[in-house]
Each structure stands twice: as structure tokens, then as C-alpha cells.
Ligand binder design. Sequence first.
Ligand SMILES: [Zn+2]
Length: 460
Amino acid sequence: MADGEEPAKKRQRIEEQPEKMAVDVSSSSDWDGRWSHVQKFLERSGPFTHPDFEPSEETLQFLLETCKILVIGAGGLGCELLKNLALSGFRDIHVVDMDTIDVSNLNRQFLFRPKDVGRPKAEVAADFINSRVPGCHAVPHFKKIQDFDESFYRQFHIIVCGLDSIIARRWMNGMLLSLLIYEDGVLDPSSIIPLIDGGTEGFKGNLRVILPGMTACIDCTLELYPPQINFPMCTIASMPRLPEHCIEYVRILQWPKEKPFGDDVALDGDNPEHIQWVFQKSLERAAEFNITGITYRLTQGVVKRIIPAVASTNAVIAAACATEVFKIATSAYIPLNNYLVFNDVDGLYTYTFEAERKENCSACSQVPQKLQFPPSAKLQEVLEYLTENASLQMKSPAITATLEGKNKTLYLQTVASIEERTRPNLCKTLKELGLADGQELAVADVTTPQTVLFKLNFTS
Ligand SMILES: [Zn+2]
């Protein structure tokens, strides 16, 4: 980006030497040598290029004029991604984010300024990129990913996610799987939209390259996402070593016992008086065990389960994601295969491995999912299985079945009136509900845009 030359001079020089321009000279935003850093990768061969790579000037033209990228999330990773992609020559970039800017974002989400607080992240980020990178056309969408349908997602060559939510990731994964076209069971490769997924948590990060229908999808490796980090109770109760252990002790054991704000008052992470109480008690506990490091901020972080975002982790992961987008868009280099972990909690560690497809993955396998229960099992047990099974981890599954030719909702949690009407079904057995062996159950959930079909297998 550093280029001190005045635009007028630049244009003059471009006009004088048109034959040296590899890119369209009619566009005033492309000055001589603007893309020379990218051209070095695309217009000559080298020891690390893809075996099938043939240097050409057309690849840069494709990046500049044709390639259409979707960035999901305009937060810590999203700001980095937009900057990296725009400076690498991608010009047709859409960005989706449903959030508005909070003052606490400003330390790392560098496309935002104090005056932007309260405005939609996607819009401010796109405006910034468009004004800073001439010729770039970033299109913002201040919306949820669920607000768009297949036709929207299908228009992109590559989708890159910088999300902090596993549910949103799984939904995106499900959407791209739903775009796949199979003919006689054979996947049509032109229906594949590669998904680059970055994630960070404090000093840890990961990146994966997913070719939907071909390589491991998000749900194939769902077991890798730990449900929630909890400290062992014995550590909290009797052998605390970390300030967090002391705060957890107060939160889990002391608060319910001492009921400092009355019998039915639950600990509220947004109530300063509550946090102050926990903070003071945690200090006392820490003093007993010679533990230091308890602060009000840490107390609130532990109670609200906030993991601090680290700007440099975002920068590393976003840089790797943007590199993968470049590699796939240009076919010039071999993409990551397919999962990278990064950790600089203690020293610096990084490792790449190939996550494998799960044969019966509920999202990408096309294998009917089995539910094995005795006829005497209650619907509640099926619901618990769907939410607690490590490879399903659904959030609020809605279960429907076809009974006597009619589509019947057995349980639906997300609409209060239907929840109330279907709640009695939870205590009924599968037999009482009229379900038969081999019956199909359709399950809808926030983790996927598609209904998942299960086949009920009665066990005895
Ligand atoms: Zn899968």
C-alpha cells in the first residue's frame, strides 16, 4: 500500500508506458506495478507451485475482474480478512455481519473508529476498504447468514468465515452442503464452493479448508469442539492453583450457599454489585492459598465466560485464511490439507493434519441417520440424545413425523405456543406416540439449514 506518489503523477506515468501494464490501463486505480507483488506469484513458476500450475497473466485478471468472495463476519478476523483480500487483488468482496460496533472492539477491529460505535460492522468495514483500496468493491450486508437463501450463496467462488459461533459455522457448512448437486450419486464438482474457516480463542486459533462433499466438513469433526471448558470440581473445591479456580469456587459453591442478594437471586454477570461480591470473596479465597492475579475484570470474565480476544492471534489466522483463498482462487499453489492449529499460549506451536470425513456424518454423508431406542423410550430421551450426543450436538431440535399420512410435530421448542402444546409428548413413549420401527423422523435445528432425517430402529 505504501505509495507516496500523487495520483495525478501516477496516471501520467501509466499513460506514458501503457505497454508495461499487465492489468487494464483504462482503470485509473491500477497504476504501474500496483500488482507486481501478486504477479511474482502468478506469472512465473517456482519450486512450490502446484504441479499443474501454468504461469499466465490471466489469473490476475480473474482475481481482479471475476472472482467473487464472501466474507462471513466483520469482527476481529473479518477486518483482517477484508484488508488482506483487498490488498491481494480481490475486488468483488461481499461481507455479512449482523453486529454493530462496540467500543470494546476498537483495540483490534482496526477498520473501526470511535465515531463508528453503534454502526453496523459490515457497512463501516466495507466503506473503509472501498475508500482505502482503490478499485475494490466491498458490498456490506448488515444481516444474519440465515437471512439469505441458496441463490445468494451460490454466486460466490469461495466463502471464508471469521465467526465466533459454532452454530453459525455449522449452519454455513450445512448451506454449502445443500448446494451440492449429485447425479446418479456422483458429485458434480462445479457445485462445490470451497469454505475456508478460521477461528480464534485467546492465544489459540485454527484454520480449515473444506471442500464440501469431498473433504471433512465441520460436522464430521464435531467431537473436536469441547462442550464447555470446566475446571474439575475437586480442583475448585480443594486444590486451587489459578485465580480462575478461586472465582469458580465462589461462583459455583459460595454464591448458592450464602445467597448474598436473597433466596432466588441468580448470579448476573452484568450486575456490578454481583460481580463486586464475587470479586471480594474470590480475593479472600485466593489469599488463603497464596494465589495472586484476581482482578474485577478477570472475575467478570470468568463469570460471563468471556475469553479475551487477542489481536495478534486474529492477524495470524486471518493471514493464513487469506493465503488459502488466494491459493484456491488462483490454483497456483496446493491448498492446506486441511486443518491447522495454532497456539502461542506457551511458546509458539503450530501443526497441520488431515481431518478425515466421517462415514456417517449427519451433515455431509448422505447416509440415513439411525436412532436406536426401545419402544418404551420416552420422546424426552430422544431429545436428550440429539442435544447431548457428541457428534450431533443439536441446540433446540424440532421433531416431526408422518403419522397416518399426516405430518405431525412431536416436539418444537422455539415457538412458545407450540412448545406448550407439544410438551406433553415428551413424557410419552415412542409406542404411545404411534411411532413404528423403521419410521422416519425429521429433525430441524438451528445448526443446519436442512432438515436431518433419522430412521427409528426399535431395540428390544
Ligand atoms: Zn461431514
